[in-house]
Design a protein around this ligand. Structure first.
Ligand SMILES: Nc1nc2c(ncn2[C@H]2C[C@H](O)[C@@H](COP(=O)(O)O)O2)c(=O)[nH]1
Ligand SMILES: [Mn+2]
Length: 203
């Protein structure tokens, strides 16, 4: 039997399980931006965060705390388990989106995780990402958008979708030199969308 100081009380364990179950929403909630474009079988919020953690492990930048970037990647959209995946086109201001997400994260960290040291780290990582002032946060903000256009490219290729909007809205926003090289390579490989010529088009 583990030493009691290292175990949680039974009510805390009950709340931990509630948190773990809440995280299922990240696995089941499809990303809204793809839904709006009728993408078939769109990725979930956690799919997006998982690949961001892989990008964090892959970057060749010794000045970056990559472990921190991995942690930041997997918590940056955690609040979406409660508030959902809000896009810039939903008519919800950045301030309101941040208020909802901050409230959701406070509930998770205070009510479900009992303001434990672990929950304080989760909240601090989320806040650092939102403030976007540290090197790690700027990098993770970059790969949040790079991972999105990477996925847009893949849907364009596999489903012959026109997802130009995602490329337009992220033009010129990348700051990290290596991420910029990834973006350049992606643009080099991107094939123009081919309008499917159907019977009615040809008359
Ligand atoms: N239709 C569009 N949707 C977009 C665009 N930029 C972001 N988004 C979507 C992608 C996600 O579903 C959601 C927010 O993603 P976060 O990872 O930032 O939470 O917004 C766009 O240009 N067009
Ligand atoms: Mn994101």
């Amino acid at each position: 039997m583990a030493d009691s100081s290292q175990t949680n009380s039974s009510s805390n364990v009950t709340k931990l399980l509630e948190f773990f179950h809440l995280c299922e929403k990240l696995k089941t909630t499809k990303r809204t931006g793809w839904i709006y474009h009728n993408v078939e079988n769109p990725e979930s919020i956690s799919d997006h965060m998982y690949r961001m953690s892989i990008l964090s492990l892959s970057v060749n930048d010794p000045t970056l705390d990559r472990d921190k970037c991995v942690k930041m990647s997997i918590v940056h959209d955690l609040a979406e388990a409660t508030v959902g995946d809000i896009t810039p086109y939903d008519g919800i201001s950045k301030e309101e989106k941040k208020r909802r997400e901050s409230e959701a994260l406070r509930h998770i960290c205070d009510d479900l995780l009992g303001n434990s040291p672990q929950s304080q780290e989760i909240y601090a990582l989320w806040q650092e990402y939102e403030d976007a002032t540290t090197k790690e946060a700027k990098f993770v903000n970059d790969i949040d958008k790079f991972e999105m256009i990477l996925q847009a490219y893949e849907y364009e290729q596999s489903q012959n979708k026109n997802l130009e909007e995602f490329f337009e809205s992220t033009k010129g926003i990348f700051t990290h030199p290596e991420v910029k090289s990834w973006v350049e390579e992606l643009y080099k490989n991107r094939k123009p969308y081919k309008q499917k010529i159907t019977q009615e088009n040809t008359g």
